[in-house]
Design a protein around this ligand. Structure first.
Ligand code: PGA
Length: 253
């Protein structure tokens, strides 16, 4: 089912597979219409199905990434590219190594940077040099974060270094041997970087995201729920499965 709420388009799909297919179709259509699209990409469990569907579409010849440029939202800091939990590693495994995107066109904040401030500045300049992101894919944290913009008293504009929330470390510990092994910091696109994207596509799956989604769509616009800022975006789409939509279905018509 599709709903329009103010300026946010909301799709509620039966399950994770349908959500992933919907997201991949939107990305494929964007790339078809504009082969040199600048994609903003996300990591985490949620977009994995979208990436496998895009890989499937690519293998059937349905989509061509040869001119696509990508910028990932964030990366742990510090982290080696060879670390299997780095987002550098994740993107190669789930997408880049399986489609015809040119490695030179892929960008991820450098978790090995010696000067993290210079790395963040350079990242924003690089995005701007491509004319900005055309379509930004986002997940959402159970705490409402987008990228690693954690709940806070302020919105931070540009790409920056941030200390991860205890709840994020806890949530991501499932990928590491122990909670202590989760990096405590990251480099992340800021709210201005994200909001400058021409289109936004946020995905959420499972009941653990239901409260964050309710606050994002119906709550106050506040840095305490970073995703709530999407209410101000002129072209934002949110794709949910039934569980993530649990607290909002009764309020949509
Ligand atoms: P997840 O993470 O997709 O692994 O739930 C999303 C996020 O934290 O942004």
């Amino acid at each position: 089912m599709e709903y329009q709420l103010n300026r946010i388009r909301i799709w509620i799909e039966d399950d994770y597979a349908a959500l992933s297919k919907r997201a991949a179709d939107i990305i494929k259509n964007q790339v078809d219409a504009m082969p040199n699209t600048v994609l903003g990409l996300a990591t985490g469990s949620t977009p994995e199905g979208t990436y496998s569907e895009l890989v499937r579409l690519y293998k059937t010849g349905a989509v061509d990434f040869s001119k696509v440029v990508s910028f990932n939202l964030d990366e742990y800091f510090p982290i080696k590219k060879t670390n299997e939990q780095s987002y550098y590693y994740f993107m190669r495994k789930h997408l880049f190594d399986n489609v015809n995107i040119s490695e030179a066109n892929t960008h991820i904040p450098n978790g090995e940077a010696e000067d993290r401030v210079a790395e963040c500045d350079a990242y924003d300049k690089k995005i701007a040099s491509y004319g900005g992101v055309d379509l930004q894919l986002l997940g959402i944290g159970g705490n409402g974060h987008i990228g690693f913009n954690e709940p806070s008293d302020v919105f931070v504009a540009g790409t920056h270094h941030i200390e991860l929330d205890a709840s994020t470390i806890e949530a991501n510990a499932r990928f590491f041997a122990s909670t202590e092994d989760v990096p405590k910091h990251s480099l992340t696109m800021g709210i201005r970087t994200i909001m400058s994207a021409k289109r936004i596509l946020l995905l959420a799956s499972g009941s653990g995201k239901a409260e964050a989604i309710h606050k994002t769509i119906f709550g106050d616009i506040t840095p305490k729920v970073p995703a709530s800022v999407l209410q101000l975006h002129p072209d934002a789409t949110i794709i949910l499965d039934k569980e993530a939509a649990r607290l909002i279905v009764g309020k949509l018509s």
